[in-house]
Design a protein around this ligand. Structure first.
Ligand SMILES: NC(=O)c1ccc[n+]([C@@H]2O[C@H](COP(=O)([O-])OP(=O)(O)OC[C@H]3O[C@@H](n4cnc5c(N)ncnc54)[C@H](OP(=O)(O)O)[C@@H]3O)[C@@H](O)[C@H]2O)c1
Length: 232
């Protein structure tokens, strides 16, 4: 049994990953921001956390942490000319500075583990240019750089990997999936002819946080129904 911390486990991919890890018998310490969902509280500690706060309180965590998954993110799609510099900064604060602050506070706990692993999230839209994705791509590009830098700096003690999904059916993506036409058009864009489910991505997160992936670090893993890799 390992000790894992999931930042943002009240929704989408984080929620699905927490459920899988709890089912597998691990101790999962989870956080929520706006929505407190009913995870099984007998096996999961669930705590409020806003990563935008200056001081982050992690008193609820044990002294040894085997893995950290950072889920908070955004998908603000707009023409580049309409995105204000302050929008880029707000996005960067949530996606990048938030991850940096959390990792820095939790490093001592991760260093005490023999199997520590960090999982971050990027997006397909970093390696594959897509219109109207400038805001999210700028932040997630930084996450990919951070992944590689930290993987190098903390090898062999802590592994750091990043998952880059395409469109996945979570509350975050609802504005892109809120009609049948949008769902179908988005499914057809992918070579595997469907959009992602939270479980698709959680399966990879569960693998990367576990010892089963112990010879993988510094990787950006694309999970996107083939969209970044093949033409059919
Ligand atoms: N869904 C997609 O299509 C897609 C595609 C590419 C990449 N991604 C990336 O995958 C990751 C997970 O996405 P998702 O779709 O699962 O998102 P989601 O359903 O919106 O879940 C995000 C989680 O982060 C928490 N959160 C949000 N703001 C926070 C804050 N200020 N402080 C602390 N926690 C906060 C949310 O808490 P509350 O719900 O309690 O507010 C929620 O638990 C994100 O980094 C996203 O950018 C998603």
């Amino acid at each position: 049994m390992s000790n894992y911390c999931i930042i943002g486990a009240s929704s989408g991919i984080g929620l699905s990953t927490a459920q899988k890890l709890i089912q597998a018998g691990h101790q999962v310490f989870s956080t929520y921001f706006n929505n407190k969902k009913d995870l099984d509280l007998s096996t999961s500690n669930f705590h409020y956390l806003n990563v935008l706060d200056e001081n982050l309180n992690f008193d609820f965590l044990p002294e040894i942490l085997d893995g950290l998954i950072y889920c908070p993110g955004s998908i603000n799609l707009r023409p580049f000319e309409r995105i204000k510099p302050s929008d880029f900064i707000a996005d960067y604060e949530l996606q990048v500075v938030g991850a940096i602050k959390v990792i820095q506070v939790l490093l001592p706990r991760l260093k005490r583990s023999e199997i520590a692993s960090i999982v971050l999230f990027s997006t397909l839209a970093v390696q594959t240019g897509l219109p109207y994705h400038a805001q999210v791509s700028a932040s997630k590009g930084a996450i990919e750089g951070l992944t590689k830098a930290l993987a190098a700096e903390y090898a062999p003690k802590i592994r750091v990997n990043c998952i880059a999904p395409s469109l996945t059916d979570t509350p975050l993506a609802q504005s892109l999936l809120n009609t049948e036409q949008k769902r179908e058009a988005n499914a057809l864009r992918h070579p595997l002819k469907r959009i992602g489910t939270p479980e698709d991505i959680a399966n990879l997160a569960e693998f990367l946080i576990s010892e089963k992936s112990c010879w993988i670090t510094g990787q950006i893993l694309h999970i996107d129904g083939g969209l970044s890799a093949i033409k059919v």
